[in-house]
Ligand binder design. Structure first.
Ligand SMILES: Cc1ncc(COP(=O)(O)O)c(C=O)c1O
Ligand code: FES
Length: 393
């Protein structure tokens, strides 16, 4: 049985060319890029090359605007802490209710331990930011606005350029978690006007444990990790050279324009599933969504059960729920979007990789509807719906 991987927003397979580029830096080019002797020169050169490759993917104006980190999580934490340290007179942060835990847990800690005031802006049913609430929260006390470019669960895209402009009107720094946007949307950070942006290699067919923070030239900055002078004193610690080389290679191979074509496959999936299955809703912004992402909520089934049966059929997807204290709770994103309880519990995220084929999607279209039907037959809620003679469509 061919196993079909449809969980690209969790991680992507390492591109063989990225792996091949990395290999020599585990062996013959093991040197420390900070060393003055001959062993340091190949790794130092590789580091410069990778910085250029990542800068090009992001549309950075200068290569030294790229700071390598251990991943998206560290990039987010670095940006948030740096903004607060840069201007001690500003003690407020604006973010949204649908950010990744890498942002939300970080600002929660700052609120709890350091008295920072956090404004969490809500979203509508399609996951779109409440612009009025955002405008109202902006003031000269705001150190940082941190809003994601694209949501990992719903795929909804925030209008980053306009949001950044408003932040700058009150003198706040603007950071965006672009982990899901990079490689899937054409990014031009120099033009977008953002001050900082986080990206992660493993979401673009690079290795895990490496990412970058884009820091616009001239942005006020303070390091998160102190020590040696690596990364121009902005992030101490000997660089993860093989990882960074793999990240650079993956960045060079990324094809955001090509990723746009995934939308046709994704739309085909949604059209056929909504035809074949009653009581399903497609979530996320219907006009402005990541091309590879589909979040569908099947009413009156448990997402976990659907995923288990799909997995048995060789199809890997993920759900919009997470267990907390023994209960399966809809994710914070689904709750923020106010998805009704019966639908939120049956929300499945299917996220395509650039390797996903039409034949694979057709297999999902064949396998998924009978799985949902079988589970509904066992559901007392579903039986009630059918007995009450509700039009099931
Ligand atoms: C939106 C978003 N931000 C941040 C991260 C974290 O990135 P990393 O796994 O590289 O720490 C992820 C990955 O799950 C993500 O989807
Ligand atoms: S059982 Fe589904 S997230 Fe834990």
């Amino acid at each position: 049985m061919e196993r079909i991987y449809l969980d690209a927003n969790a991680t992507t397979p390492l591109a063989p060319a990225a792996l091949a580029a990395m290999m020599p830096y585990f062996s013959e080019h093991f040197g420390n890029p900070s060393s003055q002797h001959a062993f340091g020169s190949a790794p130092a050169k590789a580091l410069r090359r990778a910085r250029g490759q990542v800068a090009a993917l992001l549309g950075a104006a200068r290569e030294d605007e790229i700071l390598f980190t251990s991943g998206g999580t560290e990039a987010n934490a670095t940006a948030i802490r740096a903004a607060l340290a840069a201007d001690p007179n500003r003690r407020e942060i604006i973010t949204s209710t649908v950010e990744h835990p890498a942002v939300l847990a970080c600002v929660d800690a700052l609120e709890r331990d350091e008295g920072v005031i956090v404004h969490r802006i809500g979203v509508d049913a399609e996951g779109r930011l409440d612009l009025d609430a955002y405008r109202a929260a902006l003031s000269e006390d705001v150190a940082l606005v941190t809003l994601m470019w694209a949501n990992n669960e719903s795929g909804t895209i925030f209008p980053i350029e306009g949001l950044a402009e408003w932040a700058h009107e009150v003198g706040a720094l603007f950071h965006t978690d672009a982990v899901q946007a990079a490689g899937k949307l054409p990014l031009d950070l120099a033009a977008a006007g953002v001050d900082m942006a986080s990206v992660s290699a493993h979401k673009i067919h690079g290795p895990k444990g490496v990412g970058a923070l884009y820091i616009r030239h001239g942005t006020r900055f303070a390091p998160l990790i102190w020590g040696g002078k690596q990364e121009r004193g902005r992030r101490a610690g000997t660089e993860n050279i093989p990882g960074i080389v793999g990240f650079g290679a993956a960045a060079e191979m990324a094809d955001p324009a090509g990723a746009a074509q995934l939308a046709a496959l994704r739309d085909h999936l949604e059209t056929e599933i909504t035809k074949a299955v009653p009581k399903v809703r497609v979530l996320g912004d219907r006009r402005d969504r990541l091309p590879n992402t589909s979040l569908m909520a099947f009413e009156f089934v448990e997402a976990e059960a659907v995923l288990m049966m799909l997995d048995r059929a060789g199809i890997a997807a993920s759900s919009g729920s997470a267990c907390s204290s023994g209960m399966i709770e809809p994710s914070h994103v689904l709750r923020a979007m106010d998805v009704p309880f019966t639908a939120a519990h049956g929300a499945i995220r299917i996220s395509l990789t650039r390797e996903t084929t039409r034949a694979q999607i057709d297999r999902v279209i064949a396998e998924l509807p009978p799985v949902v039907a079988r589970l509904r037959e066992m559901s007392p809620f579903w039986t009630q719906v059918v007995e009450q003679g509700e039009a099931v469509s």
